[in-house]
Design a protein around this ligand. Structure first.
Ligand SMILES: [Fe+2]
Length: 407
């Protein structure tokens, strides 16, 4: 990962400056996604799910007991990954209620820690971005933090967080968790370290405008990888552009469905989420074999891969310029996917959706000198996803007018 700030660079002036400001803490960026969950009873259950199944621990809490009268939030953390699970406390909370009715559980916000919140908001506003909430300051006895909220795709937002010498546990108003689950220290380590990338699904023909939005408003640029092309199986397809900040520490792939014989998995997501939204969050590990062994022991469910995938992989690796250090039999046993080029490779695996709607899921990824996103695996991954999509009755046939018919 690149250094946080290049010595001698003048921060907050020009393109490099804004990007540097956004990526102040590269290992923590994007930081942290906020996931609203439905109903006042859900956040503790959802927090328990992330802790028990994925190796997170409760970091902080705010709710009635701490003086937060409207919203309850459970913060869970694993190394540098932080998720905030929030819900409305009172009847009639329109913002959170309408979001849940429309989208179900999902990622409402992907937050970035920044160096100069005011500057980024001012520049984004000049370029036409919608500012949901102008910069404001919150404080407690541990110090002050400045926030602002910018609108991105769909109903998703980016919160900008500028810590002004803040020394508290998490953010102002948050307290230590009320309860520490005694089971968690007895479970094997999740081994997940930081957020690698966050993927946004868009409705048809919205990918380019959204990628342009990041380039124009946050001064991101396109991350030229092999993924930036049409990816397809026999039945369905998608297109993807990856945008990144100046220092390339924040990666935001943007997907849209493409025409195929059957409904794209991106379209299935858009149908169930009710528009654009976060499709998956990839969590980076330095030891995917231990991580997945442990997460499977914890009962986390992952996408299956046909065993033929590993027969094909072994053939392809015979003529490859790189050598995969990990035992292929072990990767096959755990159903971990491999993608490679002449310089390096990555290992990845995808979870089943983490809520009832077939929308948000997670990825675990380990990189060995390879900065792609698994384009070589898209076909096998799609086939596995389509197997599940078919089981849900949603692998529908597209007729010439673009409408779908159930098989
Ligand atoms: Fe991914």
């Amino acid at each position: 990962m690149a250094a946080a700030a290049v010595p001698g660079r003048q921060p907050f002036r020009g393109q490099a400056a804004v990007a540097a400001a956004i990526s102040r803490q590269p290992s923590r960026a994007p930081w942290p996604p906020l996931l609203p969950h439905r109903g006042p009873s859900r956040p503790p259950q959802a927090a328990s799910y992330y802790c028990n199944k994925l190796g997170f621990e409760e970091l902080a809490y705010r709710g009635l007991e701490t003086g937060s009268r409207e919203v309850v939030s459970h913060v869970v953390r694993q190394d540098k990954i932080v998720f905030v699970l929030s819900s409305a406390l009172n009847p009639g909370n329109e913002e959170m209620g309408e979001h849940l009715v429309k989208h179900g559980d999902g990622v409402k916000d992907v937050a970035f820690e920044v160096e100069d919140c005011d500057f980024i908001v001012q520049k984004a506003k000049e370029r036409g971005a919608v500012v949901v909430k102008e910069p404001w300051i919150e404080e407690d006895k541990h110090g002050k933090v400045k926030f602002a909220v910018i609108q991105t795709y769909g109903d998703t937002t980016h919160t900008l967080i500028e810590k002004l010498n803040y020394k508290g546990l998490f953010l102002p108003g948050y307290h230590a968790p009320l309860f520490k689950d005694p089971l968690l220290p007895k479970l094997p380590n999740g081994k997940l370290n930081f957020i690698d990338h966050v993927v946004g699904n868009q409705p048809d023909l919205q990918m380019v405008p959204v990628a342009d939005w990041y380039q124009k408003n946050l001064l991101f640029h396109r991350f030229w990888s092999v993924d930036d092309k049409q990816l397809h199986t026999e039945f369905s397809a998608l297109r993807s552009i990856v945008v990144t900040n100046y220092e390339e520490t924040i990666k935001m792939p943007i997907n849209e469905p493409a025409a195929g014989k059957k409904k794209s998995q991106i379209q299935e997501y858009v149908d169930y989420y009710g528009g654009a939204g976060v499709q998956h969050i990839a969590l980076n590990t330095s030891d995917i074999i231990t991580a997945i062994t442990n997460l499977k022991q914890r009962g986390m469910q992952f996408m299956d891969v046909p065993s033929s995938y590993y027969q094909m992989l072994r053939e392809r690796l015979k003529t490859a310029k790189i050598k995969v250090k990990e035992n292929i039999d072990k990767l096959a046993e755990l159903k971990i996917l491999v993608d490679f080029d002449e310089k390096g490779y990555l290992l990845q695996i995808f979870t089943k959706p983490v809520q009832d709607r077939p929308t948000l899921f997670l990825e675990v990824i380990q990189r060995h000198n390879h900065q792609g996103f698994g384009a070589g695996n898209f076909k096998s991954l799609f086939e596995a996803i389509e197997f599940d999509q078919d089981a849900r009755g949603n692998l529908t046939v597209l007729n010439p007018s673009g409408e779908t018919n159930l098989l």
